[in-house]
Unconditional design. Structure first.
Length: 269
C-alpha cells in the first residue's frame, strides 16, 4: 500500500497498529505505541530492510512472525536467538496485476478478486460545510488504506501516519467505533503523560487530538458521528449511499466535522 517506510502489526489478520516513518525505526515505534497490548503474540511486517536497531526493539516482545524484504546480517543473527520466532523474507513490492483469492467455505471455495486498487480520498468528495485541511487529507488517505485490510465492521482512527485505534469484526458499526476510539484515547493520554510527566485523562487527550476516522461502509445513523465527536475526530471518510445520508451529514455539520463520501465500499472478511 505504501512507498514510504511502513510497518504494520497484525493479530488474527487484523492490523493492530500501523505506521509510516522517515525510516523503519520510526515506523515500528508508531506501530508499537499504537497498541502495546494487542501486538503480543502477533505478526509484524515491514516494507524495508530490518536493521539491527529495529531488531533490538523487537527482541523483548513475544512475536510469532517478522517479515520484511530483507534483514541486515546482525539483525538476523539477533532475531535468530528468539525462541519460536519465524523470520520470513518476503517481496513487499506492490502489484497492479489482478490476483484471485480463494477462501474455504462449507462444501466449497469462494473465489474472488483481491482489492489492489488505491483510490485516494480528495477534498472534492466532501459533503459537509466543514472542509478538510491539507494535513487532514494526508492523514485520511493513510487511514483509508488501512481500513481496506480490517475485517468488517471496520473503523480505524489515525493521525500523522499512525493508527491510534482499530475496531474490527464487530456485529455493529457503533461497537467498532467504540473500540477504536477508546483505544485511541488511551494511546493519546499515554503519549501526553509521557511527554509532560503529568497524568492526562484519556477523554481530554482525545478531545483535542484532531483525529481522522475511516469506515469501510456507510454510516446508517448519526450515532457514530456523535461518538466520534466526543473523541476529537475532525474528519471522516465513509462510503455514503445510506438512506439516512442527510441525517449523518447534518450531524457532522452540527459538530463542525468534515466528511467525505468515497462511494467505495471496502467490506472485508
Amino acid at each position: 500500500e505504501f512507498d514510504e517506510p511502513f510497518a504494520v502489526g497484525l493479530k488474527h489478520m487484523n492490523p493492530c497498529g500501523a505506521g509510516l516513518g522517515a525510516d523503519v525505526v520510526e515506523a515500528w515505534k508508531k506501530v508499537y505505541e499504537g497498541d502495546k497490548t494487542s501486538i503480543f503474540g502477533g505478526i509484524v511486517a515491514f516494507n524495508r530492510e530490518v536493521n539491527l536497531e529495529v531488531a533490538q526493539l523487537l527482541k523483548p516482545i513475544f512475536l510469532e512472525i517478522v517479515m520484511a524484504p530483507s534483514f541486515a546480517p546482525d539483525a538476523l543473527e539477533l532475531l535468530r536467538a528468539k525462541k519460536n520466532l519465524r523470520v520470513l523474507k518476503v517481496n513487499m513490492e506492490g502489484s497492479v496485476k489482478e490476483q484471485m483469492q480463494c477462501v474455504s467455505v462449507n462444501g466449497g471455495l469462494l473465489v474472488q478478486n483481491q482489492d489492489l486498487a488505491i483510490v485516494p480520498v480528495t477534498a472534492s468528495q466532501t459533503v459537509t460545510e466543514a472542509v478538510p485541511t491539507e494535513g487532514q487529507i494526508v492523514d485520511l488517505n493513510f487511514t483509508w488504506r488501512i481500513v481496506k485490510h480490517v475485517k468488517s465492521n471496520a473503523i480505524p482512527v489515525g493521525k500523522a501516519g499512525m493508527i491510534y485505534g482499530v475496531g474490527a469484526g464487530q456485529m455493529n458499526r457503533v461497537g467498532s467505533a467504540e473500540l477504536a476510539l477508546k483505544q485511541a484515547a488511551a494511546t493519546l493520554a499515554e503519549e501526553e503523560t509521557s511527554r509532560t510527566g503529568v497524568a492526562v485523562d484519556p477523554k481530554e487527550a482525545a478531545r483535542k487530538a484532531g483525529l481522522v476516522l475511516a469506515s469501510d461502509a456507510f454510516f446508517p445513523f448519526g450515532d457514530n458521528i456523535e461518538r466520534a465527536h466526543k473523541s476529537g475526530v475532525e474528519y471522516i471518510a465513509q462510503a455514503g449511499a445510506s438512506v439516512r445520508d442527510d441525517h449523518v451529514i447534518e450531524t457532522c455539520d452540527k459538530y463542525g466535522i468534515a466528511m467525505a463520501f468515497t462511494h467505495v465500499r471496502l467490506f472485508h472478511h
